[in-house]
Design a protein around this ligand. Structure first.
Ligand code: CP
Ligand code: NVA
Length: 308
């Protein structure tokens, strides 16, 4: 594994290795064991969009691994004034040991990896959010003790989160049912790629416009904001079109009795999820947020550690 750009690009063995190392690092962290696997290393964190969890978990993660993280807002670096990805990748490769980037276009992440000489981690694009989906799989594993054979239901916008969860479920041997309003389905190329992966692992991926059908018997129910970063002007229209796609108590009643609720956050209560679900005992959203730290430490250690 040289980069983490999409979960489609890693092998299923690498997927499981990340989750295993996450479990070890979390256990050690909780027991006061330090692990300076990235002593003296620096991660550059390029942000073209807002972030709470991603920025903090990468920065704290680097610190806990004995390294250092640099916050690089695109408003402040020359990339935001038109310096090319090619030059940025080559210059950063002379100073630092890895790049985490949150941006709009997936191609920019691919190009950074292509032109630079250091590992690149995708911290969210319009198309994918692999670090979050890895974390979600780890959170489900913690709750259920396994992944294979479970069913994840996703209700809402067919977006970056949905795309990465499809790849993650295909790696994990989990079934996934996606319910989106008409016109807000997943990217067709992603669906095709995920179905091809799922065919190998035996996961069943189902796409519908009916939230109740998707939720039936699910072990975990997931939603995300209806208005992703960059879509703010579409909010009024989307709120109308997503009527009936809220995860609430009525919808959770269709899932398994011990189903958990997940959300990558930030959440908007009263829109994609009701307060009585996200603030109820079945909600694991804060464990999920914490697990960003442990999962990304595993990813960084694997990409930037001694063995590389
Ligand atoms: N879930 C997630 O990526 O959160 P942030 O946008 O706060 O980083
Ligand atoms: N789909 C959301 C995820 C935020 C973590 C967005 O792109 O804004």
């Amino acid at each position: 594994m040289k980069h983490l750009i999409t979960l489609k690009d890693i092998t299923t063995d690498e997927f499981h290795d990340i989750l295993k190392l996450t479990e070890k690092l979390k256990y050690e962290n909780k027991n006061g064991i330090t692990h300076h696997l990235l002593k003296g290393k620096t991660l550059g964190m390029i942000f073209a969009k807002s972030s709470t969890r991603t920025r903090i978990s990468f920065e704290v993660g680097m610190y806990q691994l004995g390294g250092h993280a640099l916050f690089l807002n695109t408003n402040d670096i020359q990339l935001g004034r038109g310096e090319s990805i090619y030059d940025t990748a080559n210059v950063l490769s002379r100073f630092i040991d890895g790049i985490m980037i949150r941006t709009f276009d997936q191609k920019d992440v691919e190009d950074l990896a292509k032109y630079g000489q250091i590992p690149v981690i995708n911290g969210l694009t319009d198309l994918t959010h692999p670090c979050q989906a890895l974390t979600d799989m780890f959170t489900i594993y913690e709750e259920k003790g396994k992944l294979e054979g479970l069913k994840l239901c996703y209700v809402g916008d067919g977006n970056n989160m949905t795309h990465s969860l499809l790849f993650a479920c295909a790696h994990a041997g989990m079934d996934m049912s996606v319910a989106t309003p008409k016109g807000f389905e997943c990217d067709p190329q992603i669906v095709e790629d995920a179905l091809a992966m799922a065919k190998k692992s035996g996961s069943k991926l189902v796409f519908t416009n009916d939230p109740q059908e998707a939720a039936a018997g699910a072990d975990a129910v997931y939603t995300d904001t209806w208005v992703s970063m960059g879509q703010e002007r579409e909010k009024a229209e989307k709120v109308k079109k997503f009527d009936g796609f809220q995860v609430n108590k009525e919808l959770m009643a269709h899932a398994a009795p011990d189903a958990i609720f997940l959300h990558c956050l930030p959440a908007y209560r009263g829109y994609e999820v009701s307060a009585d679900v996200i603030d109820s005992p079945c909600s694991k959203v804060f464990d999920e947020a914490e697990n960003r730290l442990h999962t990304q430490k595993a990813v960084m250690a694997m990409l930037m550690g001694q063995q590389n």
